[in-house]
Design a protein around this ligand. Structure first.
Ligand SMILES: Cc1cc2nc3c(=O)[nH]c(=O)nc-3n(C[C@H](O)[C@H](O)[C@H](O)COP(=O)(O)OP(=O)(O)OC[C@H]3O[C@@H](n4cnc5c(N)ncnc54)[C@H](O)[C@@H]3O)c2cc1C
Length: 440
């Protein structure tokens, strides 16, 4: 039996924790918040098949109809595009606090201990191995540290450089977000339930009209201030009379990673998971499904290490399986996302106007339902019809080239860990994405 520390009660950490405790390990989660304050004040949607993958029963009331999303261009004269929901897609929509409470209770039932209100400051490193965490209450040692502290993890940020784990997400690789839940004006017309507006500053505003509230999410690659949020809220409420002025919940600024996963996510005694390892679907920042899968994959790799060594070489199996099952696909989406800031709102408007992206394609891209093999073909088809938009055509030709280069790079992923090979992989992988962003 090993002593396993889960740092932060992130979704992937909780998933791994419950599986490792069920297998007989001593697992403790250290979380900076009070139990009641965990989970955002919002509802989230994700692919239900990730719960099936993790073997976590789906409680009654979680399954909801998939979100039919209507996209609005900045030009009000352009017809919006509504994405269809495939009949076979099983969607979950659930309050984050409810999901958090459910996963935490399953973890407790499996034997996981929780230490609430325990803020982690930094990792403890001895002899080249991560051997614990330093908290406000003191030093705590463990055989394995699972870093589920989210995008700004103080563990990841303070690891020694020789571990090859990137500390920061990098420019244009995360969204600045504001989320507010407002009252709903019952008497007003609502139009479509779920709308996304393209903003004139390369950002987006989501507005979801629920039975008893209106949920608004504003995102941008640049930092957003209160006056900008106020301006956006004003604009979106003018277009949506059902949105009331009273802020019922949330009203917080947050950050959402939208990039390829970490090049190297393990070290001796350490594994990053979820937002700590930038495991989100880059087209929109959804990370719950990836985290549930990653938690399952990590637990599998840890349990396979019967000697309980948890060195980078045994934990590499987690990284390898994650990349094969999820991460390489996530990289392709990140490549598409890297083009987004390159287009002005007017250029995006042209794409809408000429219906260059069909509603099905848009759905596949934002929901993660696209088939990996079809993405390069889809891009090539667009290139053929794009003679009138040379700028956009050039971007797509370049994207097709990057997709091809990525396919060539994939086999360089080391199938065994060594410091040298991990360092070479990291350099190749990071350079690839840095160059793609620079070229876009
Ligand atoms: C506004 C918004 C909307 C989103 N909507 C969706 C959606 O609809 N669907 C979807 O799939 N995903 C969505 N996501 C993304 C999703 O929240 C994450 O990708 C997913 O939860 C994985 O993140 P995590 O659990 O690893 O990290 P986090 O959710 O960041 O959790 C990290 C945990 O670690 C704790 N922690 C942090 N630092 C410390 C510390 N120093 N010491 C101790 N504890 C610490 C935090 O308190 C928190 O409990 C959304 C994110 C945001 C911000």
């Amino acid at each position: 039996m090993s002593d396993i520390i889960v740092a932060g009660a992130g979704i992937g950490g909780l998933t791994a924790a419950m599986k490792l405790a069920a297998a007989g390990h001593s697992v403790t989660v250290y979380e900076k918040n009070k139990r009641a304050d965990c989970g955002y004040e919002q509802s989230d949607s994700f692919d239900a098949s990730a719960m099936d993958y993790a073997g976590i029963p789906i409680p009654d009331g979680y399954i909801a109809p998939g979100n039919e999303i209507t996209f609005y261009s900045i030009d009000e004269t352009v017809e919006p595009i509504t994405t269809p929901v495939p009949a076979n897609y099983k969607n979950i929509t659930v309050e984050r606090k409810v999901l958090f409470a459910y996963l935490a209770s399953l973890a407790e039932e499996a034997g996981v201990r929780f230490c609430w209100e325990t803020e982690i400051k930094t990792p403890l490193v001895l002899g080249g191995r991560v051997c614990g965490i330093e908290t406000e209450q003191g030093k705590i040692y463990g055989d394995l540290i699972i870093d589920a502290c989210g995008m700004n993890s103080p563990l990841r940020r303070n690891l020694p450089d020789f571990m090859q784990i990137d500390k920061e997400p990098g420019a244009m690789n995360y969204l600045h977000a504001y989320r507010g839940i407002f009252n709903r004006v019952e008497s007003a017309e609502t139009g479509e339930r779920y709308k996304i507006y393209v903003n004139d500053d390369s950002g987006f505003t989501w507005i979801i009209t629920e039975d008893n509230c209106v949920d608004v999410l504003i995102v941008n690659f640049s930092e957003i201030s209160y006056p900008q949020v106020a301006d956006r809220l004003h604009k979106v409420s003018a277009l949506n009379p059902q949105m009331g002025k009273e802020l019922l919940r949330n009203g917080r600024f947050m950050q959402i990673p939208v990039r390829q996963p970490l090049a190297v996510m393990v070290a001796d005694g350490y594994a990053a998971i979820g937002d700590s390892a930038f495991m989100t679907y880059a087209a929109k920042g959804s990370g719950i499904a990836y985290s549930l899968k990653a938690g399952t994959i990590l637990a599998r790799a840890v349990l396979a290490d019967a000697d309980g060594i948890y060195n980078a070489d045994t934990l590499w199996k987690y990284e390898e399986d994650f990349f094969k099952e999820v991460g390489f696909d996530a990289c392709r989406i990140a490549m598409v996302k890297n083009l987004m800031p390159a287009f002005s709102a007017d250029e995006v408007n042209e794409i809408f106007k000429r219906r260059l992206v069909s509603s099905e394609e848009l759905y596949q891209l934002i929901s993660g339902q696209y088939q990996k093999s079809k993405l390069p073909g889809m891009i090539k088809d667009k290139i053929k019809i794009l003679n009138e938009l040379p700028e956009f055509k050039a971007q797509l030709i370049s994207l097709a080239g990057w997709m091809g280069r990525f396919a060539v790079m994939e086999p360089f992923f080391p199938n065994k860990y060594s410091r040298k090979e991990a360092a070479q992989w990291r350099e190749r992988y990071n350079k690839f994405f840095e160059e793609q962003i620079k070229e876009a």
